[in-house]
Ligand binder design. Sequence first.
Ligand SMILES: NC(=O)c1ccc[n+]([C@@H]2O[C@H](COP(=O)([O-])OP(=O)(O)OC[C@H]3O[C@@H](n4cnc5c(N)ncnc54)[C@H](OP(=O)(O)O)[C@@H]3O)[C@@H](O)[C@H]2O)c1
Length: 341
Amino acid sequence: MTPANRRIALAARPRGLPVPSDFALVAEPVPVPGAGQFLVAHEVLGLAPAARLRMSDEAGSYAAPLQIGDTVYGQAVGRVVASRHPDFREGEWVMTMAGGWQDYSVTDGTKVWKIDPALAPPAVWLGALGVSGMTAWIGLREIGRPRAGETVVVSAASGAVGSCAAQFAQAWECRVIGIAGGTDKCRYAVDSLGLAACVDYRAPDFAEQLRAACPQGVDVYFENVGGAVRETVWPLLNQGGRVVVCGLISEYNRQGAPEPGPAWSDVLAKRLCVQGFILSDRVHRQAEFVAEAGELYRRGRLRFREDASFGLEQAPAAFIAMLQGRNLGKSVVHLTEPRKT
Ligand SMILES: NC(=O)c1ccc[n+]([C@@H]2O[C@H](COP(=O)([O-])OP(=O)(O)OC[C@H]3O[C@@H](n4cnc5c(N)ncnc54)[C@H](OP(=O)(O)O)[C@@H]3O)[C@@H](O)[C@H]2O)c1
């Protein structure tokens, strides 16, 4: 029997939080690579909040909108199973940034990284050594530029990007304070990741707790969330503070006008640097990133936790759960049995 490529397609544009009927499971013939292309059999998918941005067709998003019927955007790790590309051979392991929620993808190698499964299991190449880790690394290296002894605050600190940002800043000898939703996530950030403190933004005294955790103010804020969390961090920023605008997940399900921004007078008076960035513009630094992050991972100083689902059909539910903060660690979907290495 000819193998099928099962994929999750966008069936409707979500209004607010996505619902299961916004997605459809479709089966089609496995695509055939053309000249200069290769076919990847996916083993693990990485769920990305940016997929929610691509489900909307509002102007102003950095991500091109999906059309109805398109495969949902996301990263995948898998093996090359057929190749007409000179640089990728059958059997090699790769991470493809835009593989999508499906069993197979065809690519010309753009934004595809070869990975070393001997260094870390496939799912790690979606998280700490993949897009999440590299996003954290680029944001801090290029924008945050934390110095030893500075205070770095990271929102969504137990999540895929946030946990890496926090651990890089710690490795660079900063004092790192996390912000996360709920006591379990905060406990994980302190007990397992070793943060100096982690504050629950849902606590009624969140602002007081955060101020107490940052007695020297905040030198670098790694922004994953936006909205009310940003408003609480903002007054604590020090002179010369840097705000790394990585993501604004609290606004991704928004319907209507964007939230009002913070005070420009503070940017002027405190000489703040506020800068956004998109990882896909910076992928040429991947080898440099893997050299540093791989070494930290090998030494146990860059920990990875996955929030795993099993089976392609589980991807929509896992994605909806992530947007609601019900994940702890990188949300991944295993399409095959997880490997033990
Ligand atoms: N700039 C780039 O190139 C780039 C690349 C990758 C990711 N990102 C961004 O990085 C951020 C984190 O992504 P990720 O993949 O690492 O996801 P993640 O942090 O593993 O999962 C998303 C987390 O966001 C938090 N969250 C959701 N809704 C929230 C709300 N209304 N208020 C506060 N927190 C909320 C939840 O954690 P809590 O329970 O702690 O709230 C949830 O667990 C996202 O904003 C994403 O868009 C940017």
